[in-house]
Write a protein that binds this ligand. Structure first.
Ligand code: SF4
Length: 207
């Protein structure tokens, strides 16, 4: 039997459009640093030490607001959080605020929210499977179930650096997540005439 690339509620969200997103995302990517001690070919061409790190106050502000609602955090997107001297402090802070059934991870990019197509194969979070094993749904549900916050508080539609939505420094996350711009972008990502340029060439499977 073929697999759907995501659960049916998420599919429904993407098909219907805006106004049906959860109160908070299920998954939150916090790109707590853009620095990395590696230079992997698919990501960057040199080791980066720019000091672009989310300050602890902003980190705590986001965690304080979202920890009761978000099911899973990834403490990285494009950087390597383990190089931060206060990484342990951040994890412990998040752990102290989190629901007991939540997960905190730093595997980030390949996960079950976004099965990724690579040639004729799909990375489903655990393994590569031939594309023939899947029903292909081109609707993107990422902005309905997740959000990505950069080191400076910028909020993006997805961890694939989809369109910039707003910045959380001076606003609550909820204010932005439930705001008009977010909702408009949720509709646009699945409209062939309106989708942001980034979305046109997106490799995520559910787009
Ligand atoms: S289609 Fe756009 S919003 Fe959806 S995952 Fe791709 S870049 Fe992100």
């Amino acid at each position: 039997m073929k697999n759907y690339t995501n659960n049916s509620f998420s599919h429904m969200q993407a098909l219907i459009g805006g106004h049906v997103s959860l109160k908070y995302p299920q998954k939150l990517y916090l790109d707590i640093t853009q620095d990395c001690n590696m230079n992997c070919i698919m990501c960057r061409d040199k080791i980066t030490a720019s000091g672009k790190t989310m300050n602890l106050d902003l980190f705590k502000k986001i965690v304080d607001e979202t920890a009761s609602y978000v099911s899973s955090y990834s403490l990285f997107n494009w950087g390597e959080p383990l190089i931060l001297k206060d990484f342990r402090e951040r994890v412990e802070y998040l752990g102290s605020k989190k629901r007991k059934d939540a997960t905190i991870d730093n595997e980030g990019m390949f996960n079950d929210l976004y099965p990724t197509k690579i040639g004729d194969y799909v990375w489903d979070g655990n393994d590569y499977c031939h594309v023939s094993n899947y029903f292909i749904d081109r609707n993107c549900n990422a902005p309905f179930v997740s959000a990505s916050i950069g080191y400076n508080g910028d909020i993006y539609l997805c961890c694939n650096v989809g369109d910039l939505v707003d910045n959380v420094n001076e606003k609550s996350f909820f204010e932005i997540w439930s705001g008009e711009r977010y909702d408009t972008l949720r509709k646009d990502v699945n409209n062939v005439n309106l989708m942001p340029d980034r979305c046109k060439n997106c490799a995520w499977f559910n787009r």
